[in-house]
Design a binder for this molecule. Structure first.
Ligand code: CTP
Ligand code: MG
Length: 224
C-alpha cells in the first residue's frame, strides 16, 4: 500500500477567537478541538502516519491526549513556528520514508469527512496536487480602504478553499524547501500552483473552519 502522511496543524494562537487557550486546545463539546481531526485520520485506513504540530507549551498535553485516545498513527508531536507555513515546514521534517502522498490539514476544521479524504486520495493518483473548494455563492465585492465598494468581482470562477490539501510528497518537499522566504504564503497549494496543475475538487460546507466565536458556537451545537 502507498504511504500517506498527514500533517495536522494545531500550533496557531486563535487570535480571532479571542481566547487565552490556543485555538486547537479549546474544548469543543467534551474534547479539545484538535481531537476531532486526529480521530478522523486515525480511523481512516488510507492514512499511514500522522504528524501533529502544536504550540511548544502544549506538547505534553498533546502527548497525553494521543495516549489516552490510542491515536497510534501519531508518530511525532512537534512545536510549530511563527507563521502557519513554518509549522508546516517543521512537520515536513517528520514525514515517513518512502511516503507517496502528503495531506496538510488545519485542526481548526473538526468536521472533515472520510468521504472527502478518500476523494482527495483517489484524485492524487492522477494529479500532483488536489485541494477541496466550494464555489463562492454570495456576490463578491472589492472595497477601498474606507469600506466602500470599488468594484464587483465575477464570482463564476471563485472558490473558497479548504483543507485537507493533498500532494505528491516528493513535489511538496521540493517546493517547501525552495520557497522564497518573506513572501506571503496563502495556503499549501500556493507553493506549487505556479508550476503545477492544482486540481480543485468539491469541498464540503460541513468542513468549515472555526475562526470566530460564532463558528465555535455553531460547532458546539453540531457536536451535540
Ligand atoms: N497554525 C499553525 N501554526 C501557526 C499558525 C496557524 O499550526 N503559526 C494552524 C492553526 O492551528 C490552524 C490552521 O493553522 O489549525 C489554520 O490557521 P487559523 O485558522 O488562522 O488559526 P490561528 O492562526 O490559530 O487563528 P488566528 O489567525 O485567528 O490567530
Ligand atoms: Mg492564523
Amino acid at each position: 500500500m502507498k504511504k500517506t502522511d498527514v500533517i495536522v496543524l494545531a500550533a496557531g494562537k486563535g487570535t480571532r477567537l479571542k481566547s487565552k487557550t490556543p485555538k486547537a486546545f479549546i474544548k469543543l463539546g467534551p474534547k479539545p478541538l484538535v481531537y476531532y481531526s486526529l480521530r478522523t485520520f486515525q480511523n481512516n485506513p488510507g492514512i499511514t502516519n500522522i504528524i501533529l504540530v502544536v504550540p511548544k507549551n502544549k506538547q505534553k498535553v498533546a502527548l497525553r491526549l494521543i495516549k489516552n485516545n490510542k491515536f497510534k498513527k501519531v508518530s511525532a508531536v512537534i512545536p510549530g513556528g511563527k507563521e502557519r507555513i513554518n509549522s508546516v515546514n517543521n512537520g515536513t521534517k517528520h514525514i515517513s520514508k518512502q511516503s507517496s502522498y502528503l495531506l496538510v490539514h488545519d485542526s481548526a476544521r473538526p468536521f472533515t469527512t472520510d468521504l472527502l479524504i478518500n476523494k482527495i486520495l483517489r484524485q492524487l493518483k492522477n494529479n500532483r496536487a488536489v485541494i477541496p473548494g466550494i464555489p463562492v455563492k454570495d456576490t463578491v465585492k472589492y472595497s477601498d480602504s474606507n469600506n466602500c465598494v470599488r468594484k464587483t468581482i465575477k464570482r463564476e470562477k471563485l472558490y473558497q478553499i479548504q483543507t485537507p490539501q493533498g500532494f505528491r510528497t516528493d513535489l511538496f518537499l521540493k517546493k517547501i524547501k525552495n520557497r522564497k522566504l518573506g513572501r506571503s504564503i496563502y495556503d499549501d497549494s500556493f507553493l506549487v500552483e505556479s508550476n503545477y496543475k492544482v486540481k480543485i475538487i468539491d469541498g464540503e460546507s460541513i468542513n468549515f473552519k472555526i475562526t470566530t466565536k460564532e463558528d465555535l458556537r455553531i460547532a458546539t451545537k453540531l457536536i451535540k
